[in-house]
Ligand binder design. Structure first.
Ligand code: GCU
Length: 598
């Protein structure tokens, strides 16, 4: 193909010049939005013939043009409007039986009208799309996003029209070696527009982002910043916290940034009293409202201190699997159900595995007083040598921090899960740790590491990564992948780090209602026995400051085919996917109640 023609073609697929971008817009709850949720027309396109020709060359008039035959002889081989629809938000896998195992491309189209307003900008915001999304409006490319669990937005002010807009998204969930996560995961690769899609209206110059939290180690000094985007960047901005009689004004500089710094007499957020304050960030041209809790989280030796007092993190791991119906969880109700079950267990902490969960989960944790371990999917054998993989992981990390940095519930950022030791891995993960610290110095850094045996009865945590973390996370499966349950009784744990340990995973599979003796795999009795022996072992670890067993609820996994037991579900839940509590649920609940009495 002649070079200049290719350039024209590629230009058609490059983001439109009229779709200039601002960074991530945070706190969409406190802004004027229009939901685009509901039924979207969808075309399943396993061979990506809506994007490439038979020479696997990108085509200028792909499905993003939403073309219609202009005459009876016109050849158009697709039609969104006669194609079946898919619900958004929602994964496609659980919406149609034939899509359960589908990995590939599906094109989504949403038509909408929009009354344009003077001095108003418009953005389209996606809570998440798994895994790679190419987004088009009225046939023009807005941009691409990679990563299945973090939000993104595009400005459409200059592209939107009053009627007949068509928003088209090519979503591709094909797994790739260099991606994050990589090819192998123990969770279902749910594809699609898995979280809410909405339009966000803002003034020409608006409050794009802000960070309002207590300074590291302080319980009365708030330090942070406010960032404006638009034309009139130097403005007076005021932080209002009426209940604390705070009205503090600052001036943004020529880039729209103002550092904020002031003392406040606040009721601190804690699991016992998850106090949230109504906060308004008022600029001359815009105002955003939010609900923010204030608490301090630190370590001192092997202790974790919440608001200056030592705390034990009574936790449980959770996958973003929808309770009772299965599929990717996405709603406030899903969050309330899952966190409600965690509360029933006696938990004050949840490890949201292994990727950023939806914003409802974080905001409900804020409201319910549940501390959160938030993680990015640097999982198992990531290609640590690959710079694009590192950039991708860094983006996912900064995006989740951008979205959740004002949530008191989030106390730990985790950069990895069970990654094999190597120099490339260590420098990759160290890079992520310092990247996170550069955005947020107020929270603790961790990762789920692995242990090794010094001898038959001594286990140690000496992963070199531990040096750079605040909290050690360790996954162990004594009693399931590692011996039988009673093996835990004779084990002694040690570490070379004077740091707190969170046992970030332990447990075993049981099919609800499947009974037998305590040595019979897959039975509730075997799982119950694992927990009994584990708790005995954990109580003896002097530097243990938290636990998050694997896992609250059974979840789908392509790695679990055992018929009549797993049937592609990981059965390590303490609750079945139908909400039934297994025997081990009460063992853990008993221990957590004991800890609460202390
Ligand atoms: C691992 C891993 C989980 C997995 C679990 C299991 O440790 O971190 O993602 O599901 O073990 O094997 O059940």
């Amino acid at each position: 193909m002649k070079p200049f023609i290719l350039l024209i073609f590629l230009a058609a697929l490059a983001p439109s010049a009229r779709a200039q971008q601002v960074g991530l817009i945070t706190n969409t709850e406190g802004r004027k939005t229009i939901s685009l949720d509901g039924a979207w027309q969808a075309i399943v396109d396993p061979y990506e013939s809506g994007y490439y020709d038979y020479r696997y060359q990108p085509i200028p008039n792909g499905y993003f043009k939403n073309a219609k035959p202009k005459s009876k002889s016109d050849l158009i081989e697709y039609d969104f409007d006669t194609s079946a629809s898919l619900q958004v938000p929602g994964d496609w896998n659980t919406q149609r039986d034939e899509l359960l195992f589908y990995e590939g491309t599906i094109w989504y189209k949403k038509s909408f009208d929009y009354q344009r307003k003077p001095n108003t900008r418009l953005f389209v915001y996606f809570g998440a799309a798994n895994y790679r999304a190419d987004v088009f409006l009225n046939g023009e490319k807005l941009g691409q996003h990679e990563g299945g669990f973090t939000p993104f937005n595009f400005e459409i002010t200059n592209l939107v029209r009053d009627t007949g807009n068509f928003l088209i998204v090519k979503v591709d969930n094909k797994r790739q070696r260099e991606a994050v996560p990589t090819l192998m995961t123990d969770w279902w690769n749910y594809g699609g527009l898995t979280r809410e899609v909405k339009l966000i209206e803002t003034p020409t110059t608006f409050v794009q982002d802000y960070f309002i939290q207590l300074q590291k180690g302080s319980r009365e000094h708030i330090r942070g910043w406010v960032k404006l985007a638009g034309e009139k960047l130097a403005q007076r901005v005021t932080i209002h916290i009426p209940e604390a009689r705070i009205d503090k004004s600052f001036t943004t500089d020529a880039t729209g940034l103002a550092a904020i710094d002031f003392n406040a007499d606040l009721t601190l957020w804690s699991p016992e009293n998850p106090k949230l304050y109504d906060v308004a960030i008022e600029a001359e041209t815009d105002q955003v409202r939010d609900q923010i809790g204030f608490r301090s989280i630190e370590t001192r030796g092997t202790d974790i201190l919440l608001n200056g007092r030592p705390i034990f993190l009574r936790g449980i791991c959770i996958h973003e699997e929808a309770p009772l119906r299965g599929g990717r969880a996405y709603s406030r109700e899903d969050a309330r159900t899952l966190l409600g079950w965690a509360k029933e267990l006696g938990a004050n902490f949840v490890r949201l595995a292994h990727y950023p969960h939806n914003e409802f989960m974080i905001r409900e944790a804020d409201r319910m007083g549940i501390m959160v371990w938030s993680e990015i999917p640097v999982y198992w054998t990531i290609v640590f040598e690959n710079t694009a993989t590192l950039e991708n992981a860094r983006n996912q990390l900064s995006d989740v921090i951008a979205r959740d940095k004002n949530r008191a519930a989030v106390v730990i950022w985790s950069v990895a899960n069970e990654t094999p030791l190597s120099d490339a891995r260590l420098s990759f993960l160290r890079n992520l740790v310092s990247h996170a610290r550069s955005f947020d110095s107020t929270r603790l850094m961790s990762a789920a590491m692995e242990r090794h045996y010094v001898n038959e009865t001594t286990v140690t945590i000496d992963d070199p990564l531990g040096e750079y973390l605040d909290v050690l996370g360790c996954n162990e499966y004594v009693g399931w992948y590692d011996g039988l349950p009673e093996k835990a009784d004779g084990l002694r744990w040690e570490t070379k780090y004077q740091k707190p340990l969170v046992m970030s995973e332990f447990g075993g599979d049981a099919l609800y209602g499947h009974h037998g003796d305590a040595l019979m795999r897959w039975t509730e009795e075997y799982q119950e026995s694992i927990y009994q022996h584990q708790i005995g072992m954990l109580k003896k670890i002097p530097f243990l400051r938290g636990t998050s067993p694997w896992i609250l609820m059974d979840f789908r996994s392509p790695r679990r085919p055992l018929p009549n037991i797993q049937d592609y579900w990981n059965r390590k839940g303490l609750i079945s996917n139908r909400g039934e509590r297994k025997k081990a649920f009460y063992v853990l609940q008993g221990w957590y109640r004991e800890l609460q009495q202390k």
